[in-house]
Each structure stands twice: as C-alpha cells, then as structure tokens.
Ligand binder design. Structure first.
Ligand SMILES: Cc1cc2nc3c(=O)[nH]c(=O)nc-3n(C[C@H](O)[C@H](O)[C@H](O)COP(=O)(O)OP(=O)(O)OC[C@H]3O[C@@H](n4cnc5c(N)ncnc54)[C@H](O)[C@@H]3O)c2cc1C
Length: 178
C-alpha cells in the first residue's frame, strides 16, 4: 500500500488493469447498514466555513506574518472571493491566531497544488515552500526585495500588500463586472 500527501503529485491516466477484489468482513457495518456497530463517537467539532476546499482550490491567496492581523486576512478573503479561490496561511499567521490551523500550508500543514498561488507577506521559508512548490504559478507580494520567496516566485511584486491587495481586488471585480 502506498500513501501520498494530497496535492503532491499530478494524477496521470493509467492503462493498468489491476483486478479489484471486494472483501466483506463481519465488522464493517451494523445489521441495518448503518455506521460501524463497534464504533463510537468520542468527540466532534465543526470545522468552520470553508467555501472552497484548500487542497482542491485552483486559486489560493495565502497570507503570512506580514498580513498582521485577522482583519488583514479579511482583505485576503475578499480577493480570494473575487478570484473564486481559497485563503491559506503560513504557520506564523496560524500561530498568531489570525486564521485557524486548518488553513496552514507547509511541512506541518497542507500540501497544495493550485494553478495560482498568491503569497502576501510570506517570506518563503523552506517549511512553507514544501507545501506550495508544486503550484503552477506563484505570485508573491513582499515589501522586502530580498525575501527568499522572490527566488522562486514566477512574479515577484515588491511593495506593501495593504496598498496592492485592495486595488487588485477592485480591479478583478471591475473586470468581472461584479
Ligand atoms: C519543524 C518546523 C515546521 C514548520 N512548518 C511550517 C509550515 O508547515 N508552514 C509554514 O508556513 N511554516 C512552517 N514553519 C515555520 C517557518 O520556518 C517560518 O517561520 C514561517 O513560514 C514564516 O512565516 P511567514 O513567512 O509568514 O513570516 P516571516 O518569515 O516573518 O515573513 C513575513 C514576511 O512578510 C513581509 N512583510 C511584512 N509586512 C509586509 C507588508 N505590509 N507588505 C508586504 N510584505 C510584508 C516581510 O518582508 C517578510 O518577508 C515550520 C518551522 C519548523 C521549525
């Protein structure tokens, strides 16, 4: 059995012809076909509203320590909404409590593979990079021209994200006629 982190590879069509055998075991379901007879729920929690699944999103607007607050992430959410995408975050932003850990991308977070990854206020540490390096296009906004993310971004915009993100959001809405 092989397990791979979601988003790590691009699936390819296969001409393989593996045979499938279905094995039934006595414990798989209760007599009425309901949940596992032996299973019991010990804890449950609501995961909060996620309009777009991060691991399946084709557009991700991710924020880091440079976003500065939960209010700052609200601006990223508006841009993500305009693009039909999802919001992600670096560990620094999750550690600060500005977003839930379920949005963290990287070595100890999620691995994503969107068509567009827009990173705002993220320096590009290796532990973050391993979670998004297979994105098809990386756009980074950072006020530090020497930020490491500039070395692997396809488009590196040097500037203040708070000046750029709202204008970008307005322009996308305008072009979409929203
Ligand atoms: C074992 C281990 C596992 C880890 N796992 C992860 C992980 O899964 N994911 C992860 O992300 N990190 C992970 N980290 C942490 C990682 O090493 C970095 O500390 C973290 O990614 C830094 O987050 P950041 O880029 O948001 O913050 P910083 O490195 O502090 O970068 C903030 C950036 O914002 C820029 N900035 C500030 N203000 C503005 C502004 N107004 N406009 C534009 N730019 C601005 C700054 O120039 C800077 O480049 C892990 C670390 C360890 C040791």
């Amino acid at each position: 059995m092989v397990l791979a982190l979601a988003g790590t590879f691009t699936p390819e069509d296969s001409s393989g012809t593996a045979s499938v055998e279905t094995a039934e075991t006595a414990e798989t379901a209760s007599a009425d076909g309901g949940p596992l007879a032996a299973a019991r729920i010990v804890e449950s929690h609501a995961e909060g509203k996620a309009a777009v699944n991060l691991e399946e999103a084709q557009v991700i607007v991710a924020g880091g320590r440079g976003v500065g607050s939960a209010d700052g992430f609200a601006q990223l959410q508006q841009l993500a909404d305009a693009l039909g995408g999802a919001v992600g975050a670096s560990r620094a932003a999750a550690d600060a409590g500005w977003v839930p850990y379920q949005l963290q991308i990287g070595q100890t977070g999620k691995v994503v593979k969107p068509a567009l990854y827009l990173a705002a206020g993220i320096s590009g540490a290796i532990q973050h990079r391993v979670g998004m390096q297979t994105a098809e296009n990386v756009v980074a906004i950072n006020k530090d021209p020497d930020a490491p993310i500039g070395e692997f971004a396809d488009l590196f915009v040097v500037g203040d994200l708070f000046a750029i993100i709202p204008r970008l959001t307005d322009e996308i809405r305008r072009r979409k006629g929203a």
